[in-house]
Design a protein around this ligand. Sequence first.
Ligand SMILES: Cc1cc2nc3c(=O)[nH]c(=O)nc-3n(C[C@H](O)[C@H](O)[C@H](O)COP(=O)(O)OP(=O)(O)OC[C@H]3O[C@@H](n4cnc5c(N)ncnc54)[C@H](O)[C@@H]3O)c2cc1C
Ligand code: FES
Length: 285
Amino acid sequence: MDKERGNTQKKRNSSLYLPEVATLINKREMTPDDSFFEFQLKNRSLGHLPGQFAEISVPGIGEAPISISSPPSKSRKFEMVIRRVGSVTGALHALKVGDSAGIRGPFGAAFPMAALKGRNLLFISGGIGLVPARSAILYALEHRQDYKDIIILFGCREPAQRLFTDALAQWQKREDIIFHESVDRTNGAPWHGNVGVITTLLPKLGKVNPVDTYAIVVGPPVMYKYVIMGLHDMDFSDDHIILSLERRMKCGVGKCGHCQMNDKYVCRDGPVFNYDRIKHLQEAI
Ligand SMILES: Cc1cc2nc3c(=O)[nH]c(=O)nc-3n(C[C@H](O)[C@H](O)[C@H](O)COP(=O)(O)OP(=O)(O)OC[C@H]3O[C@@H](n4cnc5c(N)ncnc54)[C@H](O)[C@@H]3O)c2cc1C
Ligand code: FES
């Protein structure tokens, strides 16, 4: 019995550290810097929850944590959006359909979608923050009857930076959700929507019941401070604000300390946190 338990433990530990081969089955450019990737693992489904990430590697180059953007229902083939910023993300952008990459994970704390059943959801996503948020948004839309109002706010720097434009157009048309979008500036592109930072969308919502609503906020670090101020002005309490944080990571499993914030490891205790659990950490926001 003990031997059996030991073997299972050994197997689980090795899957934490050893990448499994995933095949790139679909890829397309979304913006000049961001590409959409669809991968398939050879022997299993990824088995992720909305908000989790995986460590993705290119042999000889390195490894990077990347959020899973598809909902759990689409786990056999899972989706990511990767921004080209350096060596690993550059090597991933160079992959072609049929090529392989290494995958460890899924890792990290997920958005508490089950605990939020019966509540209103207010998604606030800035830029590439839409990538992890999309997994939770699609999950909520697949389980539409489980939630009350679903409000989605998306903002990015300029129209050319918009991600998942097909989904944005669909959300705009749906009558069972509220969707608002903004760009910081038009940069000369045709644009008939709101212009301004994402917080300029909050007054458009009118009265939102802060007791029955949870805000799920994902975006660049600069966004959090102002969105939290906006939510406080709407009488949201800190425990009704859920954030996903990004930190430099190595192991992804709480061993190396690269992502440490005081007593918390962002890879293991996060990246999804209730704001009331991290607001005392100076470096969190
Ligand atoms: C939980 C989590 C989820 C993520 N999800 C996504 C995602 O869905 N899509 C995506 O494109 N990226 C995502 N990232 C960021 C991604 O992991 C980094 O961009 C990547 O590791 C950079 O690796 P690189 O080798 O290409 O860049 P490097 O060559 O290592 O660095 C290039 C530049 O990027 C900076 N940089 C590298 N990593 C980070 C970081 N974590 N935070 C801020 N600056 C950094 C470096 O300082 C340097 O200036 C996520 C990060 C975390 C922690
Ligand atoms: S990345 Fe190693 S502890 Fe978080």
